[in-house]
Every structure is written in C-alpha cells, then in structure tokens.
Write a protein that binds this ligand. Structure first.
Ligand SMILES: [Zn+2]
Length: 325
C-alpha cells in the first residue's frame, strides 16, 4: 500500500520523503532534517518529568523482567469461561530493533495477533534495509535478504530492486507535533512536524551508476507507526507503574486493527514530540524513560521512547494513562 494517494477526506496516513536532487542528500554519517524552517504553528505543551531511564546499547543484551501474569492489553488472565489464558512474552522494544528486554506472561493470543500485525508491517515496510545495515538481530537472526526495493516514484510508488551493498539506506523518522493529550493540538490533526534523516550510505555517485537521479524514503504508515511507539510505551509503563495504579488509555488503540488504505483519525492523540524539550546527544541505540507529564492541571503517566538515539532520532512522548490514586 505504499505511496497510495491520500484518501478522499484529505487525511494523509502515508508519508514519504523524496530526494529529487541528489546533491541535497545529507552527508553520510550525519543527521539532517527536512523541510527546513520552524513550525508553522506552535502549541502550548506539557512538561515531562523523567523518573526511570532504561537504555539499550548497540549490542543486544537479554534482560528478562518479572512475569506479569495477565495480558497488559485486555488486562485478562482468564477467558470468558474462566479458563486460565495462555500468555506469551512481550518484547518491550520490537525484536527486530535488536533489543533484548523481555516481559514474560504479558500478552494473550488475541491481543498478540493484533499487535504483531502492525509491528510486522512496520518492520518490513520501514526498517528492513536499516536492520540489515545495523546487523540488528531479530527472532530469526539477521535478515537473509540482500536485495531491497527502492522507491523511485514520486507521487506514486515505483520500485527497483537494489543490492544492499549499493542500496541507499537512509534512516527516516518523523518528528511529530505534541500529542493532543498534552497540548492544545486538535485531536484529529495528522501531519508530522518534519522528517529526521540519518544517511547511512546513500551516495549520489553510486546511484548514478544505476542511472538513478532521484529516489524516495520508505513510506511511513503513520497510524501503525504510532501504534508501534504507543505499544512500547504502554507495555513498559504498565510494567513500571503496575496497572492497578493508573487508568490505561491506550488499550483500545493498541487492540484495533487499521487495515492498510483506510482513513484513520486520532492516532496522534497520545503520541507526539515535545518541541520545546530538546533531545540530548546520546550514544545509546535506544532509550525508554518513564515519568509524568504535567498538563493543564493534570498529571499523566507518560513514557519517552527514543529509537536510534545515537542517530539523533527524536524522542516520542506517549501518555499511557491517568493516575487512579
Ligand atoms: Zn489480551
């Protein structure tokens, strides 16, 4: 469904960034962002107070947390007939990102089916070449594929397969406006702030040998991307705070399937960036920080999720619930 035209109601679910002039590529090994310029609109936003930081260095380290004993999404430990549910282990950060933090007995089969659907599609559509470049080890080891589809279309998608050695891999992640749960932003707003891009190996001279003078990033399904970030925050936050201490707000979003191509609204209700809170330089591959966001006289349970921190990718701030105390 990559490169699909925007749905008729004008809400844009899929975004990609095109380099139509290869002299505009970011330098290899450097982060850049596009489009340039400040925000057209700024919003009053909440303030994050971190309480506990979990860091993931580049090397995969297995770390198994205490078992939950119930499904963190539907909060059940028994089915409707009173039978004990079979629970599976959850990777706090999806396994394809090479992080080994694991929460045993944390998901029922029904919820696992829905969450693995959006995780797998994001893994494949957004991160395949990145995983290969970083040699990230997933469930089945590193990726065996060596040829990847490069999008050379503009408004629509057109793919040409290129060997990884020459594949122009650029890590692209969206910077978002603050989420509506902790800012004055409208609940159905769906546009990103800008795109951060880290050039791993895209070289105009190499692309010329393939007679390519332009290409696009992988297309980002903003809905499933927001679900993936929300899932990391929800699972780790539920473990950290324990579900009895707060009213979770993300369960419905995480347990919904949004088939490709359908128009969706409200996916940035709880997921966004704090534009007045700059990210510090970091050597970590990934970071998760649990804490609180103060906004509008309320205190919300929140989690900061930063994937590819060492490539200067943005922190996403996710509100996962309200205190029930
Ligand atoms: Zn469940």
């Amino acid at each position: 469904m990559r490169g699909e035209p925007p749905p008729d109601d004008g809400r844009r679910r899929y975004w990609k960034f095109g380099w139509f002039d290869l002299s505009a590529l970011p330098q290899i090994g450097k982060m850049d962002y596009q489009p340039k310029g400040g925000a057209s609109r700024m919003f009053a936003e909440g303030r994050f107070r971190g309480e506990h930081l979990e860091v993931f260095p580049a090397v995969k380290a297995s770390h198994i947390l205490r078992p939950m004993g119930y499904c963190v999404y539907c909060l059940r430990d028994k089915d409707g007939a009173g039978n004990v549910l079979k629970l599976t282990s959850e990777h706090i950060i999806p396994e394809f990102f090479g992080a080994g933090l694991e929460l045993p007995d944390a998901s029922c089969a029904d919820c696992q089916k829905v969450t693995s659907k959006f995780e797998n599609s994001i893994a494949r559509e957004m991160f395949d070449p990145i995983r290969k470049s970083f040699s990230l080890v997933g469930k089945n080891g590193t990726l065996k594929k060596t040829n990847f589809p490069l999008d050379i279309g503009r408004e629509t998608s057109k793919h040409e397969f290129i060997h990884l050695v020459h594949f122009p891999t650029i890590l692209v992640m969206p910077s978002l406006y603050p989420a509506s749960s902790y800012s004055r932003r409208a609940i159905n707003a769906d546009d990103p702030f800008n795109f951060r891009m880290y050039n791993i190996n895209a070289d105009a001279a190499v692309l010329k040998r393939y007679a390519l003078d332009s290409f696009s990033s992988q297309s980002i399904d903003m809905v499933r991307f927001a679900q993936m970030i929300a899932k990391i925050a929800h699972v780790y936050g539920t473990y950290h705070f324990d579900s009895g201490t707060f009213v979770p707000t993300l369960s419905g979003f995480l347990r919904s399937d949004y088939p490709p191509g359908t128009a969706v609204t409200g996916h940035f209700e709880h997921v966004g960036c704090l534009l007045h809170t700059p990210d510090n330089p970091s050597n970590n591959l990934h970071e998760i920080e649990v804490g609180k966001i103060d906004w509008n006289g309320e205190t919300l349970q929140a989690v900061r999720v930063r994937l590819f921190a060492s490539c200067e990718m943005p922190s996403y701030y996710v509100t996962i619930g309200r205190s029930s105390a």
